[in-house]
Design a protein around this ligand. Structure first.
Ligand SMILES: Nc1ncnc2c1ncn2[C@@H]1O[C@H](COP(=O)(O)OP(=O)(O)OP(=O)(O)O)[C@@H](O)[C@H]1O
Ligand SMILES: [Mg+2]
Length: 422
């Protein structure tokens, strides 16, 4: 081998060694990279495990929710099957989506009507263009309610907009409830009320015409007997004569009260704007004697001007205030507080006394005629005062109510709609 060949051989060996060194370095770097990748893969693998576990939990939760949803859906299906309310769900294009069995009877629907346009149903409610109502509700999104009678049956029909997040399900819901029994009960109640009113009117006529005269004669004869025959009557005779005259005068006051009650129900109202304070003063003048006798004190707050029949409402005030004086506690002078309180819808006039009070009872309505809670021999009266108050308040469209506590006092409230105040 020549020197030059030797040199070139050495050089190529040298470059081979260098190349091998570079390759070795590269291999080392690659190895490091691979190791790093391996670590990354390991941590990715761990992450994947964690994600997989999370997925398991989410999936289990999803299954649980699905089960709950299924129960809910079963409940709703059962409810829709069981209800005797007719319900029809219409979609956005007013096609029938589903309906309850009761709706099948009321609207003459068949199972195969599901999916058909509601406009194609054959049933028509007399006097009501239901399709137009449905279209209007779908457009205006305002609920519509109609009462109607069909073939001696009474129904309440409601059409409601139905919006859900599921576009296909949104549309309109029609509900129809058979209220025949309720209406019948209402008719019976009204006719009973009419019978009672007619009876009361007949009795009032009888009381004012036919009973007055014989009663007057009994009273006059009694008085004559007391004046002329008291010497010839023995004690027993006098006793019975007293009972007779007392009963006759009691009957007269009952008849007078009944006439008063009937008059309060029949009189027409003449309304004007009335200041309450002067009206209370006028009512107190009517019962001046008992006010003086009882030494009653009145604490009257600023009161509003009310639209009412002044003369008629004065009767209410007289009845309430005279009760507060009559049912005072023994040895305690009556203190009566009159105030008013305005709320959003109505203003309440409140009469609060410090009298004997009463035990409120669900079975006894003190606003009904002839209802009396206290001993008849201790307190005079017929039990008509508050009944007159109630009739007068009813006629004005007002509500009268009370609360009371035995031995503490009584509060009478009159709720007057704010439209009756100027
Ligand atoms: N302020 C009150 N305190 C206690 N009890 C009362 C009060 N107001 C009414 N009552 C009870 O309610 C009953 C009915 O009252 P209402 O004014 O109608 O009849 P009355 O006072 O007995 O008789 P009338 O008013 O016809 O003379 C009374 O008998 C009494 O028992
Ligand atoms: Mg009374």
């Amino acid at each position: 081998m020549s020197n030059s060949e030797k040199k070139s051989y050495q050089e190529s060996l040298q470059s081979l060694v260098e190349e091998l060194q570079t390759s070795n370095e590269e291999l080392q770097a690659t190895n490091e990279e691979l190791m790093a990748s391996n670590e990354e893969l390991q941590s990715t693998n761990e992450e994947l495990h964690a994600v997989k576990e999370e997925l398991y939990t989410v999936s289990a939760e999803h299954h649980r929710k699905l089960d709950e949803l299924k129960i809910l859906s079963d409940d709703i299906n059962t409810l829709l099957k069981a209800t005797n309310m007719g319900v029809i769900f219409l979609d956005e294009r007013l096609n029938i989506r589903r309906f309850t069995p009761s709706a099948m009877d009321t609207f003459n629907l068949l199972k195969q009507d599901e999916g058909r346009p509601f406009a194609h149903t054959t049933y028509r409610f007399e006097g009501l263009d239901l399709l137009s109502v449905v279209q209007e509700v779908a457009e205006s999104q305002i609920v519509a309610t109609h009462e109607m009678s069909v073939y001696n049956k009474d129904y309440i029909l409601r059409v409601l907009p139905y919006n859900t997040s599921v576009a296909d399900a949104s549309g309109v819901v029609i509900t129809v409830v058979d209220v025949t029994l309720l209406k019948e009960a209402e008719r019976q109640r009204l006719s009973q009320k009419e019978i009672c009113e007619e009876g009361l009117n007949k009795f009032t006529y009888l009381a004012s015409h036919d009973l007055q005269e014989p009663l007057r004669k009994i009273q006059q004869s009694g008085e004559l007997l007391q004046m002329d025959a008291s010497e010839v009557l023995d004690d027993e005779g006098k006793y019975f004569l007293d009972i007779m005259t007392e009963s006759a005068s009691r009957m007269r006051s009952l008849i007078d009260d009944l006439l008063l009650y009937s008059a309060s129900a029949n009189q027409d109202l003449e309304k004007s704007d009335v200041e309450l304070k002067p009206l209370i003063d006028a009512a107190l003048k009517d019962i001046d004697a008992s006010v003086q006798e009882s030494n009653a004190k009145f604490n009257i707050s600023k009161l509003p001007i009310v639209r009412c029949d002044a003369k008629v409402f004065q009767q209410v005030l007289v009845n309430i205030l005279s009760n507060s004086i009559k049912y005072a506690r023994e040895g305690v002078s009556p203190v009566i507080r009159i105030s008013s309180r305005r709320s959003k819808e109505a203003t309440t006039i409140r009469f609060k006394d410090n009298g004997i009070g009463m035990q409120p009872s669900e079975n006894i309505n003190i606003f009904e005629p002839f209802v009396r809670l206290h001993a008849k021999n201790e307190y005079s009266g017929s039990g008509i005062g508050l009944a007159v108050c109630k009739t007068i308040c009813d006629k004005h469209g007002w509500k009268i109510r009370y609360s009371s506590e035995l031995d503490k006092g009584t509060e009478i409230f009159i709720d007057i709609p704010n439209k009756d105040f100027s």
